[in-house]
Design a binder for this molecule. Structure first.
Ligand code: PLP
Length: 464
């Protein structure tokens, strides 16, 4: 007992540098090293909650189970119950394929207890993140002075951009006394679900403009929406790489409408804006330079680990006005003229999640990125040609980027489900069924530079 009669505890045990903490760090780094450098991590698959409970046992207790046991539970029970999203044959949703440098550096970000919310606390890392954002803005043709912040993901990026767009609309209309109704966001009927999610959070309406069979949102339909909804339009969202098909909207045509209508143009490039970096597809992106805000997710096709979305404003001031939080204890930050990333999105505390991308870009250079992105585009084209040639398979759309959607003639949803389950059970590939206009289909989303034509052809063979 201590003099004041409280029980003696070693309250520094978790934080001090001791034999125990050294051992824990060694064990964790050893595991991380093995995982990062492994080239045969299986695809794995989910387990039921009951199985996990049985296999993992009780892990949270008053005295702790110790690092060795906790790490063993992670390595042998929990990790194998997670699908390996950076596996070359993970082809569902939007896969991840972080570069080795990016993953390794993510450890450094955690190890260094970096705070990325303000210049005062994190000037060095904010500088590095801004280097990346400025480089991206330049690639996208945005003017000098454009800037923003890395947020958690495309959903928060879209929400934050659209909140800034509403701020801009409010400021613009206050001068005019225009008639008001509910605010409206105009986007394609094939826009990502996160646009509707943002609208729900913001309590505004979505006008989902119908698109033709090629899925491209074009100026005439956007013009009609602008004419109908007038000043109530907060923003027009163009998608540069839809999630289902990788379809790129006609940004140049939509941007040209800015000459007649005053609207905020937001580019949802969470998945596909990356392909603007490749000379193979750059021409699809004409007009992006006119955007008021753009997003692109490094955790998708820019080879960064989860989770990061680059949000860039043409005029960052609008973003700052929309998002800066004011509180007495923050006065030191908000009264300074410094660039504080927290001011540019719906967030306050943030890790500098752009740093793994910064380190990877700095390490390998932009050309390596262009080439790895180009690999996926070329592979998508090649496997699409193969699909078109194979009897019994039909392409639903010609791929523009790295998503290939096709049907197996005569298959119902249940056939696709069985096929998909078998591929995973055999640990060959993770390809979940998708659908278009109510018709089930198969979809390859290609991201990893390690995915090969032979792997994809072998998957097609299983549909015979
Ligand atoms: C076009 C597009 N926008 C937004 C998102 C949402 O991104 P996140 O899942 O990072 O929130 C996605 C995700 O796939 C997407 O493909």
């Amino acid at each position: 007992m201590s003099p004041d009669n409280t029980p003696e505890t070693d309250h520094t045990r978790m934080h001090s540098v001791s034999d125990e903490t050294r051992r824990i760090v060694d064990q964790v780094l050893d595991y991380s090293r093995r995982r990062i450098l492994s080239d045969d991590t299986p695809l794995d698959h989910a387990a039921t909650a009951a199985e996990l409970k049985r296999l993992a046992g009780v892990t949270i207790s008053e005295d702790g189970i110790g690092a060795s046991r906790a790490l063993a539970v992670f390595e042998h029970v929990l990790a194998p119950a997670c699908i390996t999203t950076d596996h070359p044959q993970f082809l569902s949703f939007i896969p991840s394929a972080p570069s080795k440098a990016a993953v390794a550096f993510d450890l450094v970000v955690s190890a260094s207890a970096l705070y990325g919310g303000s210049w005062l606390e994190g000037a060095g890392v904010v500088h590095a993140e801004n280097e990346v954002l400025t480089w991206l803005a330049n690639e996208f043709g945005l003017p000098a002075g454009s800037g923003g912040v890395f947020v958690q993901g495309g959903t928060i990026g879209n929400l934050s951009a659209l909140v800034a767009a509403r701020e801009y609309a409010r400021e613009r209309l206050d001068d005019r006394d225009a008639p008001r109704g509910r605010w409206v966001i105009v986007c394609s009927a094939e826009a990502h679900s996160s646009i509707a999610s943002a609208a729900r959070v913001m309590d505004v309406d979505v006008v989902a403009v119908p698109v033709g069979a090629d899925g491209v949102l074009r100026a005439p339909e956007v013009r009609a929406a602008l004419e109908e909804h007038g000043d109530r339009v907060i923003a027009v969202v163009a998608t540069t790489g839809s999630t289902n098909f990788g379809t790129v909207d006609d940004v140049a045509g939509i941007a040209a409408l800015k000459q007649e209508f005053d609207f905020w143009l937001h580019i949802d490039g969470a998945y596909g804006l990356t392909a603007m970096l490749s000379p193979l597809t750059r021409e699809l992106y004409a007009g992006v330079e006119a955007a008021d805000s753009v997003i692109v997710d490094p955790h998708k096709w820019m080879f960064a680990p989860y989770d990061a979305c680059a949000l860039i404003y043409r005029d960052p001031e609008t973003g700052r006005r929309a998002h800066t939080q004011h509180a007495e204890y923050l006065d030191t930050l908000t009264e300074a003229a410094d660039w504080s990333p927290s001011d540019y999105a719906a967030q306050l505390t943030r890790r500098p999640r752009g740093l793994p991308l910064w380190f990877s870009l700095a390490t390998y250079g932009a050309t390596a990125y262009r080439e790895s992105i180009g690999h996926a585009i070329q592979l998508a084209r090649r496997i699409a040609e193969e699909i078109a040639k194979r009897p019994g398979l039909t392409l639903v759309r010609d791929p523009q980027l790295s998503v290939v959607v096709f049907e197996r003639d005569g298959w119902e949803r249940a056939d696709y489900n069985r096929w998909s389950d078998r591929l995973l059970a055999d640990q060959q590939a993770f390809v979940v069924p998708s659908s278009y206009n109510g018709r089930p289909n198969a979809r390859f989303a290609i991201i990893s530079p390690l995915t090969t034509f032979e792997q994809l052809s072998a998957i097609l063979d299983t549909m015979e």
